[in-house]
Design a protein around this ligand. Structure first.
Ligand code: HEC
Ligand code: HEC
Length: 368
């Protein structure tokens, strides 16, 4: 059961303050079994930044979700311990509190479950099991007293459930709205966006049809739909091999292979997208609609980091889900993805509009 909290806890400096959800965002959903508290959030913040939870002692959550990079790493695909690379682009943690599923293929249902995966993934934290994390925590007096204060447990009683609850609590404070778009759309400030950005918004809703997946509602806008679509990204990697890749994936999944490991270590398996979870062939190559908030800060784009700039993204959509309009079209493309016939200046306006989605309080996070 999810209970809605009408205020979000934000950390400012070293102390916590209660503030309303930023303009343009709905209340942050807080699960009933993991209520927020300032102490829990602070503990989660510390865990999120602790590099000891990795095989080489150098990788924390923040390595790939850095505050000064819009909570991403600004790399095409992430680099984990010992410089090992994975198959996917690190999405931002900002506003992940609003996501109904986590990861590009939605394989985790909540933030609590999600946070247990990276430390033991062979191309991320690289630990053999969670025991290493618990050892570090139980031997660190600061952690022991913090876990006692938050969860009322002694050192021996600390488990991964506690660790993941604290990290998720911290992540639920990393929310950002109140962008120039929000001030224009919901704050009644008609001069908050430039003329070009206002034209871009009209294109986003109208000719570009972007809003059919990147949602804008009456009182708030998450710019996502919590659904999965194949828009053609990565299609070239798997083209003509869809059937055999899907079959090989199912065979290894049935034999007990860990889906998290398979999709992040094998490039062709990664391209199966939502299929890896739903096993529905129509979802081969379908990925979760990402939010476009703060999108200017989180280049490169798409699940494989294949598009460098927002101009490249707009070209991609303008060509009906292809980098070049001479590229072949994917057979499984979602409805709504077809050539848009945007003029040069319309494409520019669309980019300008997306630049209006950057939250000012992002800097508040980055200065911590
Ligand atoms: C080595 C880089 C790396 C590390 C370390 C890392 N992540 Fe990630 N993170 C990623 C990548 C890549 C993805 C996307 C993976 C996928 O979708 O299959 C991701 C996805 C996520 C998501 C899902 C966001 C969404 O849009 O669905 C969250 C939340 C997240 N990470 C939080 C964390 C937390 C918490 C930690 C630490 C416990 C962590 N990450 C450690 C690279 C990393
Ligand atoms: C059919 C649904 C749909 C429509 C319509 C759509 N998008 Fe997307 N968008 C997605 C999905 C799904 C992804 C992720 C695809 C992937 O990585 O494979 C995405 C990714 C993006 C990204 C990259 C985000 C990131 O974090 O990497 C941007 C930017 C973007 N879309 C902008 C737009 C614009 C601009 C339009 C209109 C011209 C548009 N989208 C239309 C579903 C859609």
């Amino acid at each position: 059961m999810i209970k809605e909290l009408s205020v979000a806890l934000l950390l400012v400096g070293s102390s916590s303050v209660l503030v309303a959800a930023p303009l343009g965002l709905p209340p942050v959903p807080i699960p009933e079994n993991n209520p927020q508290s300032p102490e829990k959030i602070q503990l989660g913040d510390k865990l999120f930044h602790d590099v000891r939870f990795s095989a080489d002692g150098k990788v924390s959550c923040a390595t790939c979700h850095a505050q000064d990079k819009g909570f991403t790493d600004n790399l095409p695909v992430s680099v984990g311990f010992n410089g090992l690379t994975g198959t996917r682009n690190a999405p931002t943690v900002l506003n992940s509190a609003y996501m109904e599923t986590l990861f590009w293929d939605g394989r985790e249902p909540d933030l609590e479950g999600q946070s247990k995966q990276p430390p033991i993934n062979p191309v991320e934290g690289g630990l053999s099991d969670h025991g290493v994390i618990l050892d570090v925590i139980r031997k660190d007096p600061e952690y022991v007293s913090a876990f006692d204060a938050v969860f009322g447990t002694d050192a021996a009683g600390i488990d991964m459930g506690h660790v993941s609850m604290a990290i998720a609590s911290f992540e639920r404070t990393v929310v950002a709205g109140d962008s120039p778009f929000d001030q224009y759309q919901y704050g009644g400030q008609k001069d908050a966006m430039s003329e070009a950005q206002i034209r871009g918004l009209a294109l986003f809703i109208g000719k570009g049809r972007c809003v059919s997946c990147h949602k804008i509602e009456q009182t708030q806008a998450l710019f996502m739909d919590n659904r999965f679509h194949n828009i053609g990204v990565g299609f070239k990697t798997i083209r003509g091999k869809e059937q055999e890749t899907a079959a090989a994936f199912l065979k290894s999944k049935r034999a007990g292979a860990d889906v998290d490991v398979t999709v992040l270590t094998q490039k062709t398996m990664s391209e199966l997208g939502r299929f890896a979870v739903s096993e529905n062939v129509t979802e081969v190559g379908a990925f979760k609609t990402p939010s476009l908030r703060n999108i200017e800060k989180t280049a490169p784009y798409m699940h494989d980091g294949s598009l460098e700039s927002l101009a490249d993204v707009v070209d991609f959509y303008n060509n009906g889900g292809r980098v070049k309009d001479s590229d072949p079209l994917s057979g499984f493309l979602s409805g709504g993805i077809r050539s848009l016939d945007l003029s040069k200046s319309e494409k520019k306006d669309l980019v300008k509009f997306m630049e209006a989605l950057t939250s000012p309080n992002l800097n508040q996070f980055t200065q911590r």
